[in-house]
Design a protein around this ligand. Structure first.
Ligand SMILES: [Zn+2]
Length: 204
């Protein structure tokens, strides 16, 4: 296989990139000088070396010191520990942080699942979420489902709720989900700050 085909095949596995786009990127890269390509390659290589997954919330964060196991949000004493927001992925945390509407904690589920999937549990951080609730549940007064307003987001919310039912019922916590500000079929990461604010304020 040529290096063009190899890279195109690898890029086509990325989220939101199809085979045609992958080839477009490859041919674009070929027009760049060697130094630029080296910087891109190095940045990709450094990604894992310089990033950790937070042991509390599952978010990726840049390593400042190797002793750190928790991200800047989890160690921030000014965050409201009575609220926990469940999001699908890291970019959703970024979208909420950018909107400035939320001051509680997050938990990153790691994606969404569909009803027909064989082992949906394998792709979701349900066990770490249970551990989080067992550890911090007593401080919690609100648990917010902030999954996308898509069929898979809805199915995932139902699945998570079912799986956590016992733990949630043992805590005195109110459960809410984002309101209608977020239009049906939309993913959080593509929503602007006003839409996110709206959806958060209209949570029910
Ligand atoms: Zn964290």
């Amino acid at each position: 296989m040529s290096s063009i085909d190899t890279l195109a095949e690898l890029l086509a596995k990325l989220p939101g990139i199809g085979p045609r786009q992958a080839r477009r990127i490859v041919y674009y890269l070929l027009t760049q000088n060697y130094h630029t390509l080296e910087r891109i390659a190095d940045a990709i290589k450094d990604l894992k070396k310089e990033t950790k997954k937070c042991v509390e919330c599952g978010r990726f964060f840049p390593i400042h010191s190797h002793a750190n196991t928790e991200c800047t949000i989890c160690v921030n004493p000014n965050r409201d520990t009575s609220k926990l927001m469940l999001v699908e992925k890291d970019v959703d945390v970024e979208a909420f942080e950018k909107s400035g509407v939320y001051d509680g904690k997050y938990f990153v589920l790691g994606g969404t699942v569909t009803l027909f999937e064989k082992n949906p549990k394998d792709r979701l951080a349900l066990l770490p979420l249970k551990k989080y609730l067992e550890k911090h549940g007593k401080d919690l007064s609100e648990f917010i489902f902030a999954l996308s307003a898509t069929p898979s987001g809805e199915e995932t919310a139902a699945y998570v709720f079912d799986d956590l039912k016992e733990v949630l019922e043992s805590l005195s916590v109110s459960i809410s989900k984002l309101g209608r500000g977020l239009s049906t079929g939309s993913e959080l990461e593509y929503a602007d700050s006003d839409t996110i604010k709206n959806a958060f304020e209209r949570r029910q």
